[in-house]
Design a protein around this ligand. Structure first.
Ligand SMILES: [Zn+2]
Ligand SMILES: [Zn+2]
Length: 421
């Protein structure tokens, strides 16, 4: 099994797909789950498309479906997906018992993987074949652990009770995918929910049953549209979108900190204009706000909208704002934290259990966790320690594959603990 999981991981690593384009990955995962007799939900049965955020253009989607076909994806499964990635799979044992859900994220990053011969995926032959896309966060490992766990559940169904739901979530990066899964109602009757991440500044052999410090966040794409004009002959006829965007960017970064807790803002991209002697007609800003609480993120957002509007007024340009990602803060439930901590203590491969580990970023598992808690279920987020070759999202990222075995053991032992006869 461990060898199989390593092979899954390396295959996903070689064919990475970024958020909402995980067509090959989804088709492979769904194919296995069908073989293992799960009820497999795909496309509009898996996600509520009115809550899909930050999905690429239709042309981009078509291009990625074609790439998935070229890279061996099953076309009948692709058809069932109807352009939407992600899988929700249900194993009903037919016996009364709790409903447990696990979430594994499946997307890659928009990073061009290192070609250095000191980078293991390069010298061991599983470097990304897709330019500018790379599994640089470890979700290839999460997906592989999820498949191992899925097979275990299927093979051991007779020893299990209740229902187990496996969520292979698209578009975690940029916190774009979870809401569409949550709003579809898959989590409305879940008693226990566990999600997790490998690496994240925990060494190999470490485990944490609890994450804290989730930052609430909102991701916005802002487009300013002005009027182009000859910069020498008739500059007064132009409306300068570049200056509106630049003014907004500078002032957004000057939003006051808040005495109630930490906040963040980043304008990560500004693209504007068409040529040296043309008054810039358009500008696009990609930015994000964060806060230690939902209120603090709201504070940042409120100021952000005012500044964006103000800049549009100053330069007399049109503005369009698109929300392309969103996640809240969440607390892990003590009861489930203590259950999964016990599970980990019973696995000799973990030599160190850290009580609580700070995420210090955003993760849209928080959206799923909040949905479970809203309906009275318990949720937690765990960390599976792994030495990493470079930071998450770095082009030389790689992890210690021993974490795959530890992750498999953790999830399968958790299944036995929560849904064992
Ligand atoms: Zn990431
Ligand atoms: Zn990640």
């Amino acid at each position: 099994m461990i060898e199989k999981i390593i092979n899954y991981r390396r295959d996903f690593h070689k064919f990475p797909e970024s958020g909402w384009t995980e067509f090959r990955t989804t088709a492979i995962v769904a194919g296995f789950l069908m073989d293992w007799h799960y009820t497999v939900l795909l496309g509009k049965d898996a996600v509520d498309t009115s809550f899909v955020m930050g999905r690429p253009s239709d042309a981009e989607i078509q291009k990625n479906i074609q790439r998935a076909i070229n890279q061996g994806a099953d076309e009948t499964i692709l058809e069932k997906m109807a352009g939407y990635t992600g899988v929700v799979a249900i194993m009903d044992t037919g016996k009364p018992g709790p409903t447990t859900a696990f979430r594994f994220d499946i997307d890659a990053n928009e990073v061009d993987e290192s070609t250095s011969d000191t980078h293991r995926p390069t010298y061991e032959g599983f470097r990304s074949l897709n330019p500018d896309v790379m599994h640089a966060c470890g979700h290839d490992g999460h997906t592989a652990i999820g498949l191992g766990t899925a097979e275990f559940i299927s093979k051991n169904k007779d020893q299990l009770i209740g229902k187990i739901i496996l969520i292979f979530q698209p578009a975690e990066e940029g916190v774009r995918g979870a809401r569409a899964i949550a709003e579809k109602g898959h989590l409305n009757h879940v008693d226990y929910f566990v999600a997790g991440h490998l690496g994240f500044h925990l060494e190999s052999g470490y485990f944490s049953p609890k994450a804290s410090g989730f930052l609430a966040t909102t991701k916005l794409d802002v487009t300013y549209t002005g009027t182009s004009a000859h910069a020498g002959a008739q500059p007064e006829a132009g409306k300068n979108a570049l200056l509106a965007a630049a003014t907004a960017a500078i002032n957004l970064h000057a939003i006051s900190p808040n005495s109630q807790g930490s906040t963040r803002l980043n304008v990560g991209q500004l693209v504007a204009g068409t040529g040296r002697n043309v008054i810039p007609e358009f500008a696009v800003l990609k930015l994000e706000t964060r806060g230690a609480s939902t209120d603090l993120n709201e504070y940042m957002l409120d100021k952000t909208y005012k500044i964006l509007n103000g800049a549009a007024v100053m330069y007399d340009v049109e503005m369009e704002i698109k929300k392309v990602g969103e996640a809240g803060t969440v607390e892990c439930d003590a009861e489930l934290v203590s259950i999964v901590a016990d599970v980990a203590r019973g696995i000799s491969d973990f030599d160190n259990i850290v009580e609580d580990h700070i995420l210090g970023g955003s993760e849209d598992a928080s959206v799923l966790m909040a949905k479970v808690q809203e309906h009275g279920g318990k949720a937690t987020y765990v960390f599976l320690g792994s030495k990493i070759a470079a930071g998450h999202h770095n082009s030389k990222f790689d992890f210690d594959e021993k974490v795959l075995e530890r992750g498999y053991k953790f999830f399968t032992h958790t299944v036995k603990k929560l849904n064992g006869v």
